[in-house]
Design a protein around this ligand. Structure first.
Ligand code: FES
Length: 105
């Protein structure tokens, strides 16, 4: 599983998603509740960037139709999305946030 640097930990603001592209994969990196999560940045319902949504209760909400995805599992909490969004393993090394997009967790 190859981890690549997504961003610096110090540049992540609490509950403010950061969109990055890793090996061509759009990823939303989210710092919340003392942890850092990486979730695929495209909603499973339509082609919408989840980074533009709000973070609350360890979920990221799609701004278009309101499905919220659990940052730990990628599962939607409600309609209209029914399919999960991939989530990716995260490692913190010093000030580096490392994400592996080669394998979903
Ligand atoms: S596009 Fe995300 S819930 Fe519809």
């Amino acid at each position: 599983m190859a981890f690549v640097k997504a961003c610096a930990l110090s540049e992540l603001e609490e509950d403010t998603p950061k969109r990055v592209e890793l090996d061509g994969t759009p990823v939303s990196v989210v710092r919340t509740e003392g942890e850092v999560f990486a979730i695929h940045d495209i909603c499973s319902h339509a082609n919408v960037s989840l980074s533009e949504g709000e973070v609350e209760d360890c979920q990221i909400e799609c701004w278009l139709h309101g499905s919220a995805f659990d940052l730990r599992t990628g599962k939607p909490s409600g309609l209209p999305a029914t399919r999960p969004v991939p989530v990716y393993p995260v490692k913190i090394e010093g000030d580096d946030v490392l994400v592996s997009v080669t394998q979903e967790s």
